[in-house]
Design a protein around this ligand. Structure first.
Ligand code: SF4
Length: 173
């Protein structure tokens, strides 16, 4: 990682970002929302369900880990007039937009900025802070990919884009 800090990037002078809570990154095209074992426990506690129930109802397996399910229109299951688990949202969500894939060039960053109105606003993140966030996101994805967090649950069949509108009114049940 030290090597990464010594290199020069288009964001050497930092980048401004402040989440506007617009929900663009929580909706739209379907995608994987990685979640690790600690996040499973934290979110399950927040919405007052047992871990096993949370996994069964809200997640689907991805390799050795899980992703949060989405509704038919691609919205995260926990997005309804805002993120209903915002204080305990997964690392993947917390670290957006400072993802490796978004920072590969200034051109790609500008493309992301067209979708995310928070880019260019608010606090200035230094190069070092940005690289720390990039690393956090990469670790979160690695954990979800390679950790055995499904050992204590029965295998479930993945039903993509099942509509849970009636079941999730505010992320608590
Ligand atoms: S698109 Fe950007 S501003 Fe909107 S919720 Fe996502 S991170 Fe926040």
């Amino acid at each position: 990682m030290k090597k990464l800090y010594n290199r020069s990037y288009f964001f050497d002078q930092g980048l401004r970002f402040e989440c506007k809570r617009c929900g663009v990154c929580c909706t739209g095209d379907p995608g994987i929302i990685y979640i690790d074992k600690n996040e499973v426990a934290r979110i399950a506690e927040y919405i007052s369900v047992r871990d096993s129930r949370f996994i069964e109802k809200y997640l689907y397996p991805v390799r050795a880990g899980y992703s949060i399910r989405e509704r038919a229109d691609g919205r995260c299951l926990f997005y309804q007039d805002g993120c209903s688990i915002y204080p305990v949202r997964p690392s993947q969500c917390k670290t957006f937009p400072f993802w490796f894939e978004n920072l590969r060039s200034s051109r790609i960053w500008r493309q992301v900025a067209r979708e995310c109105p928070g880019i260019g606003c608010g606090s200035l993140y230094s190069k070092e802070q940005i690289l720390e966030i990039v690393q956090l996101k990469m670790e979160a994805v690695d954990k979800s990919y390679f950790c055995k967090i499904r050992d204590d649950t029965k295998n479930q069949e993945y039903q993509p884009h099942q509509d849970y509108n009636t079941e999730v009114s505010n992320g608590r049940n």
